[in-house]
Design a protein around this ligand. Structure first.
Ligand code: UD1
Ligand code: UDP
Length: 386
């Protein structure tokens, strides 16, 4: 029996995190699958740390990242370069994840080559074409191109079903981000040495976690969405500044995404801040970030992956977006949409800090995104097909 040639493609930090457990699972069956990895390098430093943490050595690295490049640059570079990868590997099956330019261009090129594509995290929708932008349309395009739709939840499955995708091509598995999270938590919790080195790493990054105590708490912040560039980020920063003044017993820690459009607003408004409880640092590696998520009191973020991880950790997330493709956490009550309105963000932070019942309700561990076995289900699906 010939082995199935599987090519796993990713380029950004969250894609790598969400693909790592799948790759590890495929590698458990070398007699069935020959597994190849292609990193587009859409992200560089943020991608490399994930490769190192999960000990992944890509077979191909397109290294496409340039400072502040636009959507045309990324898409066309990936589209052209993946052609040679497909021609060299001749994969039987290609995996893409999520809704990035890397995944959309790779899925389109696979369609040109008539190679079947499997989509991880299929079926998320806002049905608002500009929010998130360009991700909402990216994922709708990908759905038209692929053969296997691995949906994280039943809601995601329903979305695909409504778009006339054949039910037997949609497989509900949970989200592989929970597989990654549980792998990392196990590592952190089993080794004091690792925990200590993570604490040192966070300190070296510019934040002394030993400041935290029962009376001093952490609000962890991230933000990167293109639709929030400009006035959105300005409002967010002003809200952080005002909240830090209102609550001096809280540290506001913001690992700032490398995107220059994000950094410009954040450092201009908060960089020279007189508030001694606002900390701007570079993006953290995945291990220290998860460590801090466990320790924090509240998350303020526009990230998709963080909403999913937070629901597994029982941490409340104030989501700085107006619409969501992740309504499950909203329904479970662990996230709240606060948009980018300054006053709304300030009042939502205040309420979570001052209203204990509200806080407790938002911290109930209810994880609609998976049980840590999504990758096992995906690989089993292909083993069973043989
Ligand atoms: C991308 C994805 C978005 C995903 C996000 C995760 C697209 C269109 N966007 O957005 O869906 O949610 O990643 O973070 O695919 N940069 C660095 N070093 C890095 C990473 C980025 O310097 O390691 C800087 C570069 O100047 C780069 C810029 O950030 O050009 C923007 O990166 P890009 O991949 O275009 O967009 P993201 O906002 O990261
Ligand atoms: N993350 C990280 N370091 C940070 C911020 C986030 O490792 O400083 C991780 C986080 O745990 C999650 C992922 O990056 O798994 C989310 O990435 P991002 O917010 O950039 O993208 P999105 O999920 O919105 O596509």
């Amino acid at each position: 029996m010939s082995k199935t040639r599987v090519l796993i493609i990713f380029g950004t930090r969250p894609e790598a995190i969400k693909m790592a457990p799948l790759l590890k699972e495929f590698q458990k069956y070398p007699e069935h699958f020959e597994t190849f990895v292609c990193a587009t390098g859409q992200h560089r430093q943020m991608l490399d740390q994930v490769l190192s943490i999960f000990d992944i050595k890509p077979d191909f690295d397109m290294n496409i990242m340039l400072p502040n490049q636009d959507l045309y640059d990324i898409f066309t570079k990936v589209l052209l370069k993946i052609r040679d990868v497909y021609k060299t590997v001749k994969p039987d099956l290609v995996f893409v994840q999520g809704d990035t330019s890397t995944s959309t261009a790779s899925a389109l090129a696979a369609f040109f080559e008539k190679i079947p594509v499997a989509h991880i995290e299929a079926g998320l929708r806002t049905n608002n074409r500009y929010s998130p932008w360009p991700e909402e349309i990216n994922r709708q395009i990908i759905a038209r191109l692929v053969t296997y739709h691995f949906a994280p939840t039943n809601w995601a499955k329903e979305n695909l079903f409504k778009e006339n995708i054949n039910e037997n091509q949609i497989i509900v598995t949970g989200n592989t981000v929970i597989d990654a999270l549980r792998m990392i938590l196990k590592r952190i919790n089993e080794s004091n040495e690792l925990s200590n080195s993570i604490i040192d790493q966070i300190t070296d990054n510019g934040y002394d976690i030993r400041r935290l105590s029962d009376n001093r708490r952490l609000i962890l912040i991230t933000g990167h969405r293109r639709e929030n560039f400009g006035s959105g980020f300005e409002n967010i920063c002003k809200a952080i500044k005002a909240s830090a003044e209102n609550f001096p017993g809280f540290d506001f820690l913001y690992p700032v995404h490398y995107n220059p459009n994000v950094r410009e607003s954040v450092y201009r408004i908060l960089g020279k801040s007189i508030n001694k409880n606002i900390f701007l640092i570079d993006p953290l590696d995945y291990l220290p970030f998860i460590y801090l998520m466990q320790k924090c009191y509240i998350l303020l973020s526009d990230s998709g992956g963080i909403q999913e991880e937070a629901s597994d950790l029982g941490k409340p997330v104030l989501v700085m977006r107006n619409v969501t493709e992740r309504p499950e956490a909203l329904q479970a009550g662990t996230t709240e949409l606060v948009g980018t309105d300054k006053d709304k963000i300030i009042s939502s932070i205040s309420r979570l800090i001052l209203d204990k019942n509200h806080y407790v309700n938002m911290t109930k561990k209810q994880n609609p995104y998976g049980d840590g076995k999504a990758s096992v289900r995906i690989v089993k699906y292909f083993l069973d097909k043989e």
